[in-house]
Design a protein around this ligand. Structure first.
Ligand SMILES: C[S@@+](CC[C@H](N)C(=O)[O-])C[C@H]1O[C@@H](n2cnc3c(N)ncnc32)[C@H](O)[C@@H]1O
Length: 248
């Protein structure tokens, strides 16, 4: 396995943020909205109904925020992202869909703008490999999470089987494929994440392959069948840090 490449400064190495955002938006529309739906259903099974605030770290275009907000109508789901343009895109999309229990903020995961123990749920997808200091970001998660708060943070894993990685890359356009391969190299292994979570005081949470439950798969089977990603082994390519709710 290759050493971890330093966190990505830019998603697509395209220089222009606007261009990178459009490329990511296309990738989301083609592939990632299914993942958002799977994660939202998985979270709905693992975390019992709750009130208060949920935060999606590195929310990007806000797909997971919107899916989660539908499943947890009593929560205010906040999409947090360091990019102003990405946040604007996410806000516009949520407005078009007429969503009420969502909000978006521009902020850095290394300095979360929430009071200690004030957040009921923290989720994230595909963003961790961007964070310059994962130890610091997880420390912030620990700090702002409510006492019985729920965490679901998933991302690619660096030791994913090469043939699977290459196969996925072959389905993408050139820019997307480069971003995907860079992201794999910048991501973490389960062992690395176990150590970092423990250091941040989240050692009681599970770090594991992202293996969706049968129930979640069944709920999304139609979408999965129609997707170019059908048959993909999510657990071979993604990991998750999960804890709180019914999971412990
Ligand atoms: C690959 S995108 C993932 C977007 C979204 N979670 C999804 O699944 O589609 C990563 C996002 O993380 C954001 N990001 C990177 N570094 C960040 C930081 N330090 N704090 C907050 N957001 C960050 C980027 O702006 C980008 O929107």
């Amino acid at each position: 396995m290759v050493d971890r490449k330093e966190r990505l400064e830019e998603e697509f190495e395209l220089g222009e943020e606007v261009e990178a955002i459009h490329e990511y938006e296309a990738l989301t529309d083609d592939y990632l909205h299914i993942t958002a739906s799977l994660i939202a259903d998985e979270v709905a099974h693992l975390a019992e109904a709750r009130t208060g605030v949920a935060v999606d770290l590195g929310a990007g275009p806000g797909s997971l925020v919107r899916k989660l907000a539908v499943r947890f109508p009593q929560l205010l789901v906040i999409g947090l992202d360091i990019s102003f343009l990405m946040t604007k895109l996410a806000r516009d999309r949520a407005r078009v869909e007429g969503m009420k229990n969502v909000a978006f903020v521009v902020a850095d995961v290394h300095h979360l703008p929430f009071q200690a123990q004030s957040v009921e749920m923290i989720v994230s997808h595909g963003a961790m490999h961007h964070w310059r200091r994962l130890d610091m970001a997880l420390g912030e998660v620990k700090q702002v999470l409510a006492e019985k708060g729920f965490v679901y943070i998933s991302d690619l894993k660096r030791d994913a089987p090469d043939e699977l990685v290459q196969h996925i890359a072959s389905l993408l356009n050139q820019n997307q494929a480069r971003a995907f391969l860079n992201s794999i190299q910048a991501s973490y292994t389960i062992e690395e994440l176990v150590a970092l979570a423990a250091e941040a005081g989240l050692g009681h949470m599970r770090v594991e392959p992202e293996d969706f439950s049968r129930r979640t798969i069944a709920q999304n089977i139609k979408r999965l069948k129609g997707s170019p990603m059908r048959g993909m082994r999510q657990a071979a390519i993604n990991l998750r840090l999960v804890g709180g709710g019914n999971t412990v």
